[in-house]
Design a protein around this ligand. Sequence first.
Ligand SMILES: [Zn+2]
Length: 434
Amino acid sequence: MPSNTICKTVRQYNSVPLSEADMRKLQEIAGDYRTVKNYVYQRYGGIKSLSIIYPGYTVQNEMTASGLRASLGLPSVYFYLAVFDALGDIKNQWTQTKGRIEKCIRENENLTPEDRHYLRFVMKQSDCFEAILQEKEIQLSEAWEKTFREVRTGVEENRLNQYLRRQVRRHLKKMHTDTVDGFSVSGKAYRYDNHGIYLAIKEKRKRIFIPLTDNNRYTKQLYIRIFPEERNVVIHAPVERKVRQHEDYRGEIGLAMGIRTMFVTDKGSIYGEKYSDHQYALSEYVREGNIRYRRNKDKNPGRKKYTAGRERREEALHTYINAEINRMLRTEKPGVIYLPKLPQSSKAGVNKKINSSVSMWQKGYVRNRLTQKCREQAIELIEVFGKDISNECSQCGATGQKENDVFTCKACGAKLSERENAAKNALKRGQMRS
Ligand SMILES: [Zn+2]
């Protein structure tokens, strides 16, 4: 992908609800899609399969031979996408596992620098890594053998290999999915026509037609998200967009992100004032839903209505977040944005009822959206050192007091909103680094 374009997901919606019969057909595909994914997770998610998941042709061939496709009666256009979808998840899972192990290695005080060097080396060399996990003889290409000899001298190899195996067992999670919320579809299985889309279904040579609200046509692999209760679908299409360059976006701004308001700038401008209302509605819904669920657990209640309600509130929150980020960029016209690195845990004035996991997750969403939108518009987003950013006075640098969202500095007499002070510091720290 050339650097002046960016990948983006656009969505399409059905213009009228699908018939029940058509929705059932999509649900069948989604159900089979999940079955295939779980099969792949189960069979290839473990240590033994590590050597065949890259690049995945062996898995593809074995899956063809497994007979699963025929027994489900799932068209191959869907079957192989489900296989590769699951393989992608497995690869991600390995990447995450390695990341967690690297962190453990970094933080383990019983390891010497030589131990760490050895462990990092064998984790990078996939042949080494696999051999150790499967307790086999390590065989390396000549090019690496000399380096490896140096790396392994003076360390207790057996102990370290055991440590590595233990860490993998601890961090590599068994994967499984219960959700039947959609499936991927390749260009071979769909065709746009006449303000709608034709989709291949399980019946041979049959297609269903879904009228859409727009007449856009895409050519890449799509994801069909289904909402059976409402009989709706949302189509996710990846597109490449040209980066928009704004001549007049030149300023540098500092931003503080909060739980209550999304952004406060170094000039004190506020964006996303209703952020906490939306977030509160979502958190409360999740909290009440969980209480109800636990209370009635023996009766095995369905969660369909709950899930639909949660999704609706999430959508509303996300629409709001995106609109406010857009408004901020349009108004501020920044060339550079400085943002504190660590999510600040503001103790004062936080509504205790806000479910922390929901709010943390939404914070990640805000950050991701801001990052994406900055990329799309060639705005530089720079993270600055976040420690003590809200305790330090932006005027004189002394440590001040925070109370009810107001920052006061006894040293110089400064008195301003806590977030504005943090945003001013973000700008200062950002400009100091260059
Ligand atoms: Zn001061």
